[in-house]
Design a protein around this ligand. Structure first.
Ligand SMILES: NC(=O)c1ccc[n+]([C@@H]2O[C@H](COP(=O)([O-])OP(=O)(O)OC[C@H]3O[C@@H](n4cnc5c(N)ncnc54)[C@H](OP(=O)(O)O)[C@@H]3O)[C@@H](O)[C@H]2O)c1
Length: 299
């Protein structure tokens, strides 16, 4: 039996991946979702107390069973960086990075030897990808949690919102970098993969953006968007992004020696280097320790 714990498995391409994983033989899925159903475990990533309760429920259901794959796929995009969670942190950073960091830290002891951890990130963290979003200037957890303290905060709310998103996705890759160096992860041969699905139209990711963007996101997710794929290697289908995620979860696709960052390009997994900031050990270490402080854990 393969046991998989997942966030972001309730809609978007994550729901397709979860469906495929459930169909694959002998797989048990524990999916955290904010609109709980009989098949999911309650989880609202805007609240750190909900993350702690989720981990408690998962551990109870697992009993002594170990987790073979942990998929941290939930994510949000907001029109600005003005939202604050009940814990007082900027919402995009809190959901995409901080809540997942806490979840990961609390579930690390429950991972099986040779387990896989997949953190869904985004190529938009990297200026070289050429996305039109504001790219991250730093991964300072205190400033990302409290952008009003950032002296270089974008003055345009839309750009500030984009920065919150791309910086949160930089944080996913830096967290993976810290995990690679973690003695427990190394000794138990756990594989950690930051996964960029490329651009996947037609999911719910644009739900909080302005109406024209929402409409374009939906239309480009229909067959009308297919011709664009010829001109842009970053564009992928929901089914393609889901299958790549499912393959990583099951260990059917593994990183080549020396590479860890998986990027889906023209429907195929590639293993490029992430951005220069994402390769900085000093940033990874600082983020790990500062995130621990923000969620109340020892560094
Ligand atoms: N689509 C793209 O072009 C693209 C590109 C790069 C990276 N990504 C990343 O890929 C992942 C999946 O995105 P998607 O495009 O499939 O978007 P989506 O359809 O919006 O799916 C996002 C998932 O995250 C969950 N989620 C969001 N906020 C949550 C919260 N506060 N608590 C618990 N769960 C929450 C959603 O739950 P609900 O079902 O309750 O909404 C949903 O399951 C995200 O991490 C996204 O950043 C997407």
């Amino acid at each position: 039996m393969t046991t998989i714990v997942m966030t972001g498995g309730s809609s978007g391409f994550g729901a397709i991946a979860a469906g495929r994983l459930v169909q694959s033989s002998d797989t048990r899925m524990l999916i955290g979702a904010r609109s709980p159903s009989a098949d999911t475990v309650p989880l609202d990533l805007t609240r750190l107390d909900s993350v702690r309760a989720f981990v408690g429920s998962v551990r109870e259901r697992l009993d002594d069973t170990r987790i073979d794959a942990l998929l941290l796929n939930a994510g949000t995009v907001l029109p600005n960086d003005g939202g604050r969670t009940p814990d007082g942190y900027e919402t995009t950073f809190a959901v995409n990075h901080l809540a997942h960091y806490l979840l990961l830290r609390l579930l690390l002891p429950a991972l099986a030897d040779e387990a896989r951890v997949v953190l869904t990130t985004s190529g938009t963290h990297d200026p070289a990808t050429g996305a039109s979003l504001a790219t991250p200037r730093h991964a300072d957890a205190s400033l990302l949690a409290h952008p009003d303290r950032d002296p270089d905060r974008h003055t345009q709310p839309r750009k500030a919102g984009e920065h919150a998103y791309t910086a949160s996705k930089l944080c996913s890759i830096l967290t993976a970098r810290s995990l690679h160096a973690h003695p427990d992860i190394r000794s138990r041969h756990i594989t950690v993969i930051p996964y960029d699905p490329g651009q996947v139209f037609g999911t719910g990711l644009a739900r909080d953006l302005a109406a024209p963007l929402r409409a374009a996101w939906a239309v480009l997710g229909t067959p009308l968007g297919v011709p664009l794929r010829r001109f842009n290697r970053n564009l992928n289908t929901r089914a393609g992004a889901a299958q790549a995620l499912a393959n990583l979860a099951l260990g059917a696709t593994m990183p080549p020696e020396g590479q860890t960052y998986a990027a889906l390009r023209r429907g195929r997994l590639t293993w490029p280097d992430p951005s220069a900031l994402a390769r900085r050990d000093d940033l990874a270490q600082a983020l790990w320790h500062d995130s621990a402080r923000l969620v109340g854990l020892p560094g």
